[in-house]
Design a protein around this ligand. Sequence first.
Ligand SMILES: NC(=O)c1ccc[n+]([C@@H]2O[C@H](COP(=O)([O-])OP(=O)(O)OC[C@H]3O[C@@H](n4cnc5c(N)ncnc54)[C@H](OP(=O)(O)O)[C@@H]3O)[C@@H](O)[C@H]2O)c1
Length: 375
Amino acid sequence: MGVVIDSPGHVVFRDLPAPPAQLEKGYYLVEMAAAPINPSDLMYIEGRYPASAPTAPGKLRVGGFEGTGIVRAAGGGDAKHSMVNHPVALWIPEGGTWAHQVVVPAHLVMELPKGVSLGLGSPWVNPLTALALVQKAQNHHDPMTGKSLKPVAVALTAAASSLGRMIIRLAAEKKSNLVVLGIVRKAEQCDQLRSLGCEHCFTTTDPAFDDQFREAAAHLNCTLCYDCVGGSLPGRILRLMPPGSTVVVYGSLDPQPTLDGLSPMDLLIHGKRIEGFHLHMFLEAIGKKDTAKLMTTARDKWAGPLATSINKRLPMDQVSNALEEYRRNMSAGKVLLTGPAMPPEELRQPPSAEAPAAQSTAPTQAHTSQPGSSS
Ligand SMILES: NC(=O)c1ccc[n+]([C@@H]2O[C@H](COP(=O)([O-])OP(=O)(O)OC[C@H]3O[C@@H](n4cnc5c(N)ncnc54)[C@H](OP(=O)(O)O)[C@@H]3O)[C@@H](O)[C@H]2O)c1
């Protein structure tokens, strides 16, 4: 069973073809426990994500790009038999984690960090992205002098998102050398973000936004912005930032598929730049060794600054309700779709306090974790 996108904007929970009786070498069969709903899932369902491109006739589009589960079978080779019954996190770039069972190549599967529950571990792209964006910001130099900045000031749109909160918590760590200028569209979110350590927070719907943000960006020498909203916001922000500034677009929450409001004069005369960031391409560019280092850091911080708040858990057959819940209040935390491998004891936990690490039937050294999130 799984969640199939049967037409743009419409999903249905239905039977899926059974997995092969004999797994191919290098593949795992994973029984799914939890998979979050992310902005990319909404775009996929609405038909405006790369994975939404036409597929082979008859091929089903199954929702979900990431999640967690328990390995039930291994095909050998890179898919090791010793992983059977172990909890894992997995990623399927073409979509497919909103299913009870999935067959995935070994390189898209990683053992769940110790101390992280199946629920808390299921949104794992955001923690890696937050770390990558923070490291990129820490290497940002003054565009006019080329000198290193102390501290680096970085503006962050949709700052109350799960990923935004992770970046804010990482910036609040000692020696981060980062100051975040949080940008949201709802004023009440600024209070929540200040309590996480984001001292400078701005609301785009406030008539004073342009003046306040321009002044703060100049004062703090903020020449880097991470934007995941798209539409007219990156152009608006770039116009307000000092000469030489860069806006890095890493999301497209605004359903308008293009960026507008960019001023050619800002690019031509004021040396401002706009560029994109995608985790997948970033990991390919840094290579396996640095990706492994990033994952190790992510594991260490998973239950701390990289923790995800979970708002609701609903079984996959309630996908329509789950999507509605998520759309209604995206900043309240993740809505998880749960599958058959979700342990009943974890389901009994209140969602915002996820259960301790998943127990595999194989021996593990799992220990208790508590999310450090605050939404
Ligand atoms: N490039 C990459 O590799 C990569 C990797 C991971 C995530 N991402 C992107 O990172 C972003 C955040 O993801 P997430 O999972 O952390 O999100 P999330 O927790 O689900 O929260 C979404 C946030 O977006 C805000 N929002 C939604 N529509 C908006 C709009 N039209 N204008 C302004 N704000 C809007 C919501 O604020 P309200 O409370 O105001 O609704 C909410 O705070 C997404 O765009 C996602 O696609 C990119």
